[in-house]
Design a protein around this ligand. Sequence first.
Ligand code: FAD
Length: 462
Amino acid sequence: MDKNEGTVTKRLDRYVSRRQGRHVPLLRVALCALYAAVVVLPLLIAGRFGWLFSGNIWGNIGRSLGLAGYAALALQVVLTARLKWVSMHFGLDRAIRFHRTAGMVSAALILSHPVLLAAGSGRWALLYGLDWPWAVLAGKAALVVLLVHGAIALWRRAMNIEFQRWLFLHRLGAPLVLAAGLVHSWFIGSDLRVPGMRILWLALGAVAGGLFLNQIALRLWRLKRQAYRVRKVSAETRGVYTLELVPPEGHDRFDFAPGQFHFLRFVEGRDQPVEEHPFTIAGSPASEGVLVSSIKRSGDFTSLIDRTRQGDRIAVHGAFGRFSLLLHPEETTVTFIAGGIGITPIMSMLRYMRDTGMDINAALLYANKTREDIAFADELRGMSSGEHPVVKLTHFLEEPPAGWEGQQGRITADHAGRFGAQPFAKSAFYICGPPPMMQGLLKGLKQKGISSRKIHYELFSF
Ligand SMILES: Cc1cc2nc3c(=O)[nH]c(=O)nc-3n(C[C@H](O)[C@H](O)[C@H](O)COP(=O)(O)OP(=O)(O)OC[C@H]3O[C@@H](n4cnc5c(N)ncnc54)[C@H](O)[C@@H]3O)c2cc1C
């Protein structure tokens, strides 16, 4: 390892410790506790000021669930705001998945609010009538938008609503629900007459509003001003294109751990949709000053990726994700398993291992449909012969050509045992590929006694 590589290793180690939370699992617990505390805080305030335990029990439960549901709803934006202190402890992908579940739970809590109030008072017209004060109507409107929203989130694919259209509707509807809910709770009943509750509500509104504004406008403005430039576009293999991006003059490329991803959005594209999409940073962090992503043509946005030309400008936001062997330095026997374009985060880790001469016992099982689909074939061959560390490489093809010397078919846990890094029981696993392949492997490896703590995986959808 030369001096420059040693510097990169040390810098990345500092980056991982500082920005990726390798050594601070307790902080994760603290953040979960903080989230739970904010959700139940309205109930504590209500209990402290008496009304929680007086009067109609169903009505009180309904009010409490409404308050807790609203607090959870206001926190939704915290989960998706790409805050480093959230993503570094949980991973942005997990935070976004939790956002989806928490959204459903909040909607259920908020729906139970009018139902229980109606049950407690016997005034069922609360659920359907329109002859109510405007603040009640504001609450009803918020609930209707929230339920329509929840239904689209659950059945988007069945409704044939594409992701970007859904994102647009979500960004339109979510602030409406929060604003109407705030107005409703502020002006109706007695819950928000307590000063503590008012302060909490204002704080929640300010945090949600501020983060939302940052998400839809400020961050974009900042990223556009510091847009990266495309230095090179190359065809990698059938349908896969590699972009090399360099930061604007006077700016350094941000640090990232191998295996992490960033979001890309064309600032001056060539009739490509102006949308942000997540892609792995497939290059090695040891390659100074450049970001590399290899992108497979699949849908609306990616199918136009080959239009990209040298000099195009791209707003880049990163780095995110916890799928990196640098977060698990204790793992020195590692089996990588990739399917198709799922090779990109693994490629980043392999390149980093090669560039820094990492002392690791590694194997790669790589599955594709045909030989023409294998990306980085020559580079991988180099890694499997001679370069340190030597990676034990096994290719799998579903449709092998005549005379194929690799394996045939899909990768299973049995293959991982046979072709993975040895000893199998000691190996950690990094898996990225199509969901059915990942599901089969996760189940199979666990059945073979591999602890889930040693199985790391990345999904290419949130
Ligand atoms: C962490 C991560 C790393 C990825 N790395 C790579 C990579 O290295 N190379 C590669 O080719 N692909 C990668 N992908 C997949 C890539 O993001 C999608 O293929 C791409 O966004 C699809 O967009 P599309 O419009 O072409 O296809 P569509 O058919 O319109 O979208 C297909 C699906 O992609 C998801 N998607 C679309 N847009 C977004 C968005 N803005 N944010 C989140 N999800 C979205 C949705 O689930 C959608 O249903 C990665 C995805 C993730 C989550």
